[in-house]
Design a binder for this molecule. Sequence first.
Ligand SMILES: NC(=O)c1ccc[n+]([C@@H]2O[C@H](COP(=O)([O-])OP(=O)(O)OC[C@H]3O[C@@H](n4cnc5c(N)ncnc54)[C@H](OP(=O)(O)O)[C@@H]3O)[C@@H](O)[C@H]2O)c1
Length: 320
Amino acid sequence: MSIRQLEYVKLGKTGPMVSQIGIGAMQASGAQAGWPYVEEEIFDAIGVSKEVGVNFIDTAEEYGQGESERVVGKALKKFGRENFIVASKVYGQHLRYDELQKACNASIERLGVREIDLYQVHWPDPWEQIPLKYTMKSLEKLYRDGKIRAIGVSNFAVRDLEEALTILSKAEIVSNQLRYNMLQREIEEEVMPFCRKNSISIIAWSPMAQGALTGKYTLGKLPGDYRATKSSIFSLPENMAQVERVNKIIKEIATYHGKTVSQVALNWLVYAGSDVIPIPGAKNGVQARENAGASGWKMEEQEVSRISKVLAETKISYFP
Ligand SMILES: NC(=O)c1ccc[n+]([C@@H]2O[C@H](COP(=O)([O-])OP(=O)(O)OC[C@H]3O[C@@H](n4cnc5c(N)ncnc54)[C@H](OP(=O)(O)O)[C@@H]3O)[C@@H](O)[C@H]2O)c1
């Protein structure tokens, strides 16, 4: 795949230019966190990403309690810091002003960088104990001090965004990282239109529904890890039946284009109207290459309509 197939988009109005498809590094969290990985394979995934022009890499202090950031840091040394836009996130327990400063410094250290390109609030404070004002002001200080190049949030609803926007005076919120894939489209109702209206880019996490939209899992063949019991998509049989139905349609479209199910699932996110930036998690170079190959081609209108039709008949259930 040539580099030209990937386009680059600006995060928000003032953020960095990132490849239209990025790579998620939660996969390097480690066995204890439930994501065992092979370091060389993660390096391969990141090396291939560089080769094909994927420059946007997402991690978080929470992933393996710093493990993912350390692996990403080593990869940046190996493949050249200048080739990547690095995004990380502050954990929900570090949202107080001083704790956030400390958390950012620790992430910078683990990543081995001078500044983090995009620093995101991982989740709004679940207990609503820390006024958002302290978190946002602390982010603004990091921005002014040059420790972060852009401010982002993640899993922010409209009310969180509205509040956050009124607090910042010297920097903008360039992105909101949200769960979004063909099967889980809750954001379309409120938060997506709000982000569009306010020039906040949407970064899509779990863009392949944790692997359900790759076509390799079925009711009779679930992933051999935590997903089989802890993820609603995989562990509720009524969901997997729907996944199989959706994947059947995707597979037909994929075959016509000489692509894979994963590539159609990601392509739909980028080109079929929602214009988001997916960050598929890749465990190795083969997956990373395949995921990047989701860009640079378009489905026909009637194929997009076919997908819309099957998705309209699909409803994912969640654990009570
Ligand atoms: N902000 C947040 O709250 C939040 C939450 C979750 C994730 N994230 C971010 O989003 C990223 C992606 O989300 P995710 O890992 O939940 O879901 P995902 O990207 O939808 O699925 C990733 C999984 O799919 C499989 N896979 C990936 N590429 C494949 C390919 N080409 N062919 C076949 N299988 C493939 C891999 O698992 P197997 O090979 O084992 O099936 C991989 O672990 C994470 O790395 C993280 O950076 C953010």
